[in-house]
Structures are given as C-alpha cells and as structure tokens.
Ligand binder design. Structure first.
Ligand SMILES: [Zn+2]
Length: 411
C-alpha cells in the first residue's frame, strides 16, 4: 500500500512538473509589458556582432566567446537543500555543453535541422569577484525560514528571506530555492535590475536542462510558440509551432498549417522532456548575441569584473541580524572575553574542536578586516593592543556551515 501511495505521489508530482515546466511566459505578462524589447522583433541585428572580440574584456579570449559571470544564491531551509558545490559545478558543465553544442546527444538532432543547430559561443563561469571586488567562489548560501516559494520574486530580496541580487549588469544571478509550483522561471533583458535573473527549483539542480531553457529566456529567447497559439518567437529559423510539446516525441510533427520538417520540438525553448532537448538555432544565437552588442541590454556582461581577480581583500561579513540555520550558529557556545577588552581578547570555543587550525577575523564596523588569527587552542588569545578603541566583530565561517559572529568593544 505504501508503495502504491508513493507511486501515486511520484506520478502526480511529475505531472505537475510537466504542466508547469517554466512560467517565464506568465511572468513577462505580469511585468509592465510594452517597453520590453522582447515584444519587438530584432530587425537590424548587425552580423558583425557575432565573433566580435574587440573591446569587450570577457570576449578577449580571441575566440569571440562571451563568458558570463554567474552567482548562485542557494536558499536552504534544511541541510538537504544546501546543495553541494559539486552539484552546482555539474549543472554548470551541462549548461556550458548545451550552449557550446558540445552535448553528446547532438547526434540525435534530425537531419532536417542539423545545419541550423548552433554553437552559441556563450560560456558560464562562477564569479571570482563579488560586486565589491572581494574574493568569492560565486556561490552565496543562505538559510531561510521560508519552506517553499511562489513565482513572485520574493527569493530575490533579503527583506523577504531571500538573497539580494548582485548587480545584474555584471552577473547572471541564479536563485536556487524550493519552488512550489514551477520548475523555474526567468526575467528577460530589460527587467528591473533587482529582479533580473533565473530561478530554479532546488531538486532540479545537477543534471536538468531547465537551467539551459531559463538562461535562454534571460538572453532574450521566447518559447517557440510565442506563448500563444501559433505565436511568434521572433526568430526566423524556428518553424511556427502551435503550442508546447509535452513528453519526448519522435518523427515529423507539423502544426500551424506547416509541413515537413514540422515542429522543432528538440529545441531548448520547447517544454519537451530533457532527454529530447538538443539544440539552439543560429537564429536564436543571433538574437541572444544582439543583447551583448554595444548599448544592448546585456552589454554590461561583456565589461563585467565578475571573472577578474579580486582587488579588495575584505571578506564579506556575515550579514548583521541575518538569521542563520539555528543549529549551526555557534554564538551561544562561543564566548569572547573580557568585554570590553584592552590588550588581550580570549575566544573561548567551549568544548568545540572544529575550529582548531581555522582562521577567524576581526572586523571593524565598516566591514573591513583589521586582524586575522588562526585558532590554536579551544581558549584562543588574540593580541589586540594595536586596535583603536571602538566596536568590533569576531567573525568566521567554517566549511561545515558553523558561523561565529560576536561583537566586542576595545577600550
Ligand atoms: Zn520558458
């Protein structure tokens, strides 16, 4: 009985996913509409923008490839949702393969469409500098008390228990959270900057092609059916299509009065199952690249600092007042004394040995590090003679997720 119930849950769960694969079409309708370039055909795309590497720093690899700095905002309510770096890297690899036409399954593209399949010459890399040009691994992890999220952008703001966007002119923001209804959605070029980015359901990060589809939207691509019956996706080389394709079909499936070769249901911008999603077209590539052109809505990406070495050696201070996952916050277990302190400060880890050999930092109220010290005993003493009088924070983040964040006063 339990197995049948489980199966039922699984089947209905999958059904829901299929029905609500991506809600970017609805999302755009909710936004103020006509100003979006998305609704305007790009009639005058200069052919020179393809493979141009002249002025743009991130294109300066000589191959004319745009490399987009990415930040993942991982919002977790339990340890399982705090997905590993390895999973994120695996997902990035799939994203890169798909955009570079390096996916092994390109061999399955039907002969009639093979010549249209594009190496989009767009790549994605985790950011190495954050917006303040401090070192980062491009992954922001944040505990949230929110158990599930709607497609309403709340995950994009700290004020609503989410994580604030990094400058969308310079980074592709990807929020990973427990989306309740859809697999994901994306903003389009020209969206409000605080909301600009892609949202993906946590359980789909890893091997799923939903991120490929959503990043397509982020770079200005529409669904093949233009979100209406036989609508227009503003791309010339994708056949007109009546609506989305469910499942994983085969053979020629014409619609909208067209004949062979029929719908291009293996295109990433359809809703077909992952196993059957294989390609972007040359026309879609052109449309995406048009946004990188000088003055284009994604041109900032080509001048981003996001992939440069950091120039600011501050370390982001765990945000003041921000709620950490309760069992990981060591505030209560760790003591700092005397407080106020004059020459010496003792950091008393109690019985916790996890931090031996780890570095802890002292920050001033501006968030700059004024002292660093390697913890060498459970009752670790730091010489603070040289600090000016004032308020400071002892802070550190252990790779196991434990956080220390304690105020003290130096007299
Ligand atoms: Zn979509």
């Amino acid at each position: 009985m339990r197995i049948i119930l489980l199966l039922l849950i699984l089947i209905t769960g999958l059904h829901v996913v299929a029905q609500t694969k991506c809600t970017a079409g609805e999302y755009i309708l909710q936004q103020s509409t006509n100003s979006f370039p998305l609704y305007k055909p790009l009639t005058n795309i200069p052919s020179t923008i393809i493979n141009t590497s002249s002025s743009a720093r991130v294109m300066g690899d000589g191959k004319g490839i745009v490399t987009i700095p990415v930040v993942f905002h991982v919002l977790y309510n339990n340890a399982g949702q705090n997905i590993t770096d390895a999973k994120i890297n695996q997902q990035l690899e799939l994203l890169n393969k798909s955009f570079r036409k390096n996916n092994a399954d390109t061999t399955k593209i039907p002969a009639a469409f093979k010549a249209l399949a594009a190496d989009c010459e767009i790549e994605f890399k985790l950011a190495s500098s954050d917006p303040k040009r401090r070192a980062t691994n491009g992954i922001v992890r944040k505990y949230t008390s929110v158990k599930s999220w709607m497609d309403d952008d709340k995950m994009k703001f700290s004020a609503t228990q989410g994580s604030d966007a990094w400058d969308a002119e310079q980074y592709l923001n990807i929020w990973v959270c427990n989306l309740a209804l859809s697999s994901g959605y994306s903003s389009f070029p020209g969206s409000e900057s605080g909301k600009d980015g892609v949202v993906i359901r946590t359980s789909l990060i890893g091997n799923s092609k939903i991120l490929v589809h959503e990043v397509g939207h982020w770079l200005g691509l529409r669904h093949l059916w233009g979100d209406t019956y036989c609508g227009d996706d503003l791309v010339d080389d994708t056949p007109k299509q009546s609506t989305y394709t469910p499942g994983c079909p085969s053979g020629i499936r014409p619609s909208c009065g067209g004949g062979a070769p029929g719908d291009m249901y293996m295109n990433y911008m359809d809703f077909t199952s992952d196993a059957c999603l294989l390609m972007f077209t040359q026309g879609q590539k052109q449309r995406m690249w048009s946004f990188f052109a000088s003055g284009g809505l994604r041109s900032g990406i080509t001048n981003s600092w996001g992939l440069h070495p950091p120039t600011n050696d501050e370390i982001p201070l765990p945000e003041e007042g921000e709620e950490e996952e309760p069992q990981k916050l060591l505030k209560s277990a760790v003591k700092v004394y005397p407080n106020p302190a004059v020459n010496k400060l003792v950091i008393d880890m109690g019985a916790n040995e996890n931090w031996l050999g780890k570095t802890i930092s002292i920050y001033n109220t501006k968030g700059a590090i004024v002292l660093r010290s390697v913890i060498n005993s459970k009752q670790h003493t730091i010489d603070i003679t040289k600090l000016l009088s004032g308020l400071y924070f002892v802070a550190g983040k252990h790779e196991n997720g434990e956080v220390i964040k304690i105020k003290f006063i130096k007299n």
